[in-house]
Design a protein around this ligand. Structure first.
Ligand SMILES: CC(C)(COP(=O)(O)OP(=O)(O)OC[C@H]1O[C@@H](n2cnc3c(N)ncnc32)[C@H](O)[C@@H]1OP(=O)(O)O)[C@@H](O)C(=O)NCCC(=O)NCCS
Length: 142
């Protein structure tokens, strides 16, 4: 909960519609939500990943790394820790949605063995009026 402000800053840096600190506080107080944070340095956390668990499945809610800290393996480290924590919680399958034009995130997920299992057309609404599709990806943890 102490990291809610830092996560808000990281989310705003990574996404067109940033989540508020209130939204983060709500998620972090939800016992079905599991999160990992990358400690960063004196300036505080420089990355986080959150997932919601339901029965034996989970969904990645968000993952973001500070712009200045990308391509240093932090996103991969966050996913590694998130997946191992979910597996310890008996989660058998992990899902996520990603904008089809988000090449960096799709590359990261493929690197981790996620496979495309669906596509939601015109799923996101951008400020410029465009509405890219979401890819639905899945990885087995069992
Ligand atoms: C996606 C994101 C979390 C990746 O974090 P990161 O710390 O830069 O990722 P890593 O350095 O751990 O990269 C791991 C692998 O992912 C892939 N990858 C990551 N960024 C990439 C990029 N810009 N282009 C191509 N591949 C990329 C590569 O396979 C990389 O392995 P490599 O460096 O050995 O080639 C980061 O770009 C980010 O915060 N983006 C904005 C928020 C976002 O889009 N989140 C995902 C929403 S679904």
């Amino acid at each position: 909960m102490d990291d809610a402000h830092a996560l808000t800053r990281l989310h705003t840096e990574g996404f067109e519609r940033g989540w508020s600190t209130g939204e983060f506080e709500q998620l972090l107080s939800d016992r079905s939500v599991l999160g990992v944070v990358s400690a960063g340095g004196f300036s505080g956390p420089n990355g986080f990943a959150l997932a919601r668990m339901a029965a034996d499945e989970a969904e990645i809610l968000s993952i973001a790394v500070a712009r200045s800290a990308r391509r240093q393996g932090i996103g991969a480290a966050l996913l590694t820790h998130l997946i191992s924590s979910l597996a310890q919680n008996r989660i058998a399958a992990l899902f996520l949605e990603v904008e089809e034009e988000n090449a960096a995130a799709i590359a990261l997920y493929r690197h981790f063995g996620f496979a495309e299992v669906g596509k939601r057309k015109s799923y996101y609404k951008r400020a410029d009026g465009s509405s890219p599709a979401a890819l639905v990806m899945r990885r087995s943890l069992a």
